[in-house]
Design a protein around this ligand. Structure first.
Ligand code: WT7
Length: 662
């Protein structure tokens, strides 16, 4: 959040109802209809979900809708299904067979369309190949790819086999990939030679090699040729590595082909995927989602929030490496039979008009993107969107961080031409699908407010004692009841699942976010109130950054904090105390920045590195982050109580200290 926008959000009282034209065609077209559905989802959840999951393919229906003994919950207990069947096979008996499932736009401008028939065929081929490699139900497969259709194909092939996939964002370093593979004990890695990014090549296979070097469980690496030998040469290790095209063209065994064509149905609670995300310790959390509940949540929310119609071309600009790419590029839209646009590259390549040209070129109707991108577009200038024909757009979405009213208004006016509703969607890796928004044909939106709870979501803003806050009173955002698409646990760490989410306030799920609810019942999410930052929509744990820094031989101590930033929402500022004998200079800064690139990934590079002789601490030795945050934000005198400070001199030095940007 930018500082001025917090102020402006609090003053915001405009309401934007959808146009009559939008309402006329909307799935849910009045506030009363939304309320009825919402009430029903809470009062008769089983009937609600039975009706709303009609289109999903359950080979066996559930015996019990839900059971829980918190923090563990189960949904659709006893049901059997194969998630890929709902996303693919079911469409093959309908007119969707020849409809585009994925329209791919490569960064260099190449395009490729996969119909549902073709997508199914490719998934079947990969499933058979994986099966012949020995991948079985329950095995883990890591996916380290860019934004290419094969990323979605990989997820679906794993789902088809019952192997649990874990997509690792292509911006993560070799070390980060290695740690995730090892935590999971993954058997196979699916990757590509390289990915296009702003005209240059991200050498994914090279990084994968470095990771696999220290990941003994990996037996096979399958490599998609996206770039080609001249720009992304790959060392293929014989017996371990194989080209995607070869893996697929080898004739599969009869058994593998049979399994791929007629996949097994798995238990509702079978682990579908693990996605790592940041928490408040140095170790990332492997968020586990299971099959039926997750798919149900992704499916129902895609259908209603994006109001997806047969004629839509829906574009979610998120990366497949994040949960948005799972729920709203892969499982949600495909289970709805939607046509998804997938764009490979950067929004400003070859120029800042790229997004708008893509919309014009393909006729995108629904656009789902992030506030940080919107703020960058504003900075790049209105002439770029104004040059393109954006009249195909009918609905806009936002996700990842609070959207400030300035960005909202620009998005509405310049991109949406004033006619497209905006759905601001609040959710998390852990929630699996959207929890708060305004259904586009049913509810007016307010710039900066996320909106109202979705189906089955019993959500509230509470004080520390778990008592509800009054209207407009700030507090903690908690979810009172389990919901079908919620994470089931953290991979291999039930204890952390419990302590991280369920013990702050007994019996309720704590989101880590602060929020307020206005008198109309609209939620305004302020942002993280735990030790997690949101930098340009990337979730970054301060402890992860700190532990990466202290692993460098020059560093004695480090503290990472956020500072409001106009473009990124939050910027990452680190305070570092060096071990004696090391010089606090530009060279050291560069070394530390490169160290973060290596340990985590370039996207986690600090915006500013500041050196200090010592960090301000309480008597018990805890780093006083609140003070560091104030210093990072440029506050000139300490605010609030500093009586627990060990050494006030430390504080003065920090404030006067080097504040060069990293
Ligand atoms: C955190 C979750 C959800 C997919 C992308 C991020 C913040 C997300 C919003 C929003 C305000 C938002 C929250 C949340 N967040 N969407 N619409 N308004 N804040 O998933 O990496 O798991 O991060 O992102 O702080 O806790 P994630």
């Amino acid at each position: 959040m930018t500082t001025d926008s917090i102020e402006s959000r609090l003053k915001e009282d405009r309401k934007f109802p959808p146009s009559d034209e939008f309402v006329k065609h909307a799935r849910v077209s009045s506030h009363a209809a939304y309320t009825t559905m919402y009430q029903r989802s809470l009062e008769s959840p089983e009937e609600f979900w039975r009706e709303e999951t009609q289109e999903l393919v359950f080979r066996e229906t559930w015996k019990t809708f839900a059971t829980w003994e918190l923090p563990k919950a189960q949904f659709f207990v006893g049901a059997k299904l194969n998630a890929s069947e709902s996303c693919l096979d079911r469409h093959l008996h309908t007119a969707r067979r020849t409809k585009a499932a994925i329209i791919f736009e490569g960064e260099p401008g190449d395009t490729r369309t996969l119909t549902y028939f073709e997508l199914h065929r490719e998934v079947v081929r990969l499933t058979a190949a994986l099966s012949d490699m020995g991948v079985k139900k329950g095995d883990r497969v890591a996916i380290y790819m860019g934004m290419v259709p094969e990323a979605a194909i990989s997820m679906l092939a794993c789902a088809r086999l019952g192997a649990t996939h874990s997509v690792v964002f292509g911006g993560f370093s070799a070390e980060a990939l290695r740690d995730r593979i090892n935590d999971l004990g993954a058997k196979v890695l699916l990757t590509q030679d390289g990915a296009w990014r702003r005209g240059s090549v991200v050498p994914l296979k090279k990084m994968a090699d470095a990771a696999v070097e220290q990941a003994p469980t990996i037996e096979k690496v399958v490599v998609l040729r996206r770039i080609g030998e001249h720009l992304a040469p790959c060392a293929m290790k014989s017996g371990r590595d194989m080209w995607w095209e070869d893996a697929l063209s080898n004739p599969p065994s009869d058994a593998a082909l049979k399994l791929a064509k007629h996949p097994e149905a798995f238990d509702a609670e079978h682990p579908l995927f693990v996605l790592y995300t940041s928490g408040s310790t140095g170790k990332p959390k492997g968020v586990l989602h299971t099959t039926a509940g997750y798919l149900a949540g992704a499916h129902v929310t895609t259908k209603y929030v994006f109001d997806v119609k047969e004629s839509d071309l829906y574009w979610c600009t998120a990366d497949v490496g994040w949960v948005t790419g799972h729920s709203y590029i892969t499982y949600g839209p495909l289970s709805c039979g939607a046509t998804c646009l997938m764009y490979e590259g950067a929004p400003n390549f070859p120029d800042p008009g790229r997004f708008w040209n893509v919309i014009e070129k393909h006729g995108v109707t629904v656009l789902y993107t992030a506030p940080t991108a919107i703020r960058a577009f504003i900075r790049w200038g209105d002439e770029f969107p104004q040059k393109a024909d954006l009249s195909s757009l009918r609905l806009l979405g936002s996700v990842g961080e609070p959207i400030n009213p300035e960005a909202w208004t620009w998005y509405h006016k310049v991109i949406g031409g004033g006619r497209c509703p905006i759905v601001d969607t609040w959710w998390q890796t852990e929630t699996g699908c959207i929890m708060l928004t305004t259904l586009p044909g049913a509810c007016y939106s307010k710039p900066g407010a996320t909106g109202l709870p979705l189906f089955g979501v019993d959500i509230e803003v509470v004080k520390d004692d778990n008592q509800p806050c009054a209207a407009n009173e700030g507090g903690k955002l908690v979810i009172r009841k389990p919901w079908p698409s919620m994470a089931r646990t953290l991979w291999g760490d039930d204890e952390r699942w419990k302590t991280a989410y369920w013990t702050q306030m007994p019996g309720v799920y704590f989101t880590g976010d602060g929020a307020r609810r206005d008198p109309d019942g609209y939620f305004w999410v302020v942002g993280r109130i735990d030790d997690v930052l949101n930098v340009a929509g990337h979730r970054i744990g301060t402890a992860e950054i700190e532990s990466a820094l202290v692993s460098h031989p020059m560093v004695a101590e480090a503290a990472a904090v956020g500072r409001p930033d106009e473009l990124k929402g939050q910027a990452l500022v680190v305070f570092v105390t060096l071990k004696s004998g090391h010089v606090a200079d530009k060279t050291t800064k560069n070394k530390l920045a490169e160290h973060i690139d290596r340990e985590i990934g370039k996207f986690a590079r600090p915006d500013s590195i500041r050196f200090a002789d010592a960090l301000p601490k309480t008597r018990s030795g805890k780093i006083m982050r609140r003070l560091l945050k104030e210093i990072a934000s440029g506050a000139t005198s300490p605010q609030g109580d500093t009586s627990t400070l060990e050494d006030l001199g430390v504080l003065a030095k920090l404030r006067a200290g080097d504040s060069d940007e990293a």
